[in-house]
Design a protein around this ligand. Structure first.
Ligand SMILES: Cc1ncc(CN)c(N)n1
Length: 224
């Protein structure tokens, strides 16, 4: 079994918990409170900004142009394509996307972005790929799960969101990242592979927490 197939197998309980989360189920059923959708978009806009910064750090660690191109292409993808699912949520919530940008991070979004930044600053290129991979991989899995389970038609409120993330939608990066991570894992020490698994599983857990954060509209404990 490949290194990434092992990672996916170990993370299976987390993937299943993500599919069952009420926010994800709400996307499938086409029914979510506007304020949860708004909280999600505010936080995800910031999360994706940090994600692009981490791609920049990853580029600084690359030793060949193929890897540089892979990360550079993904920055373009976030800037120009991954705005579509945000627009879908904004349309359903009845708000303007421009009004949901540059908000402070909520605790879970803070935790998840700092987790990735920490690995980006201290880890190898393989560790960086491992910490980033759950972002595209869990969303692709959610898109496929929702498409198969709810079989949405074009008039489903979240048809665009589900179509965007499912396997033959717009986000094809998971396969590319898995292939590269498997190549790097083939030359990694056992200790480095253990760190890669740890980063990957923590990011999967934080993907679950991100849905929860949006659903409950998580805030810092004390208002000031
Ligand atoms: C938190 C989170 N994780 C993953 C994705 C999919 N790129 C996202 N937009 N936001």
């Amino acid at each position: 079994m490949s290194f990434t197939a092992e990672l996916r197998k170990t993370a299976d309980p987390i993937y299943k918990a993500i599919f069952s989360h009420p926010f994800v189920q709400g996307i499938g059923k086409g029914s979510l409170p506007a304020d949860s959708l708004i909280h999600y978009v505010k936080q995800d806009f910031e999360y994706l900004n940090t994600f692009m910064q981490i791609y920049g750090i990853a580029i600084s660690r690359c030793e060949n142009r193929e890897d540089m191109a892979m990360f550079a292409e993904q920055i373009g993808f976030i800037l120009h394509s991954e705005t579509h699912p945000h627009h879908n949520f904004c349309k359903v919530a009845g708000v303007r996307y421009e009004d949901l940008q540059y908000e402070p991070l909520a605790p879970t979004a803070h935790h998840y972005t700092r987790h990735m930044l920490d690995v980006a600053h201290r880890g190898s290129l393989a560790e960086i790929l491992a910490v980033l991979l759950p972002c595209p991989w869990t969303y692709q899995a959610i898109g496929d799960y929702l498409y198969e389970t709810f079989q949405p038609k074009a008039n489903h409120p979240f048809f665009d969101w589900i179509s965007f993330y499912r396997s033959n939608g717009e986000m094809g990066v998971t396969k590319q990242f898995c292939k590269r991570l498997d190549e790097l894992a083939a030359h990694a020490t056992e200790q480095e592979k253990e760190r890669m698994q740890d980063h990957f599983l923590k990011s999967c857990q934080l993907e679950y927490s991100f849905w929860e954060m949006a659903y409950v509209k998580e805030k810092w404990p004390v208002a000031y």
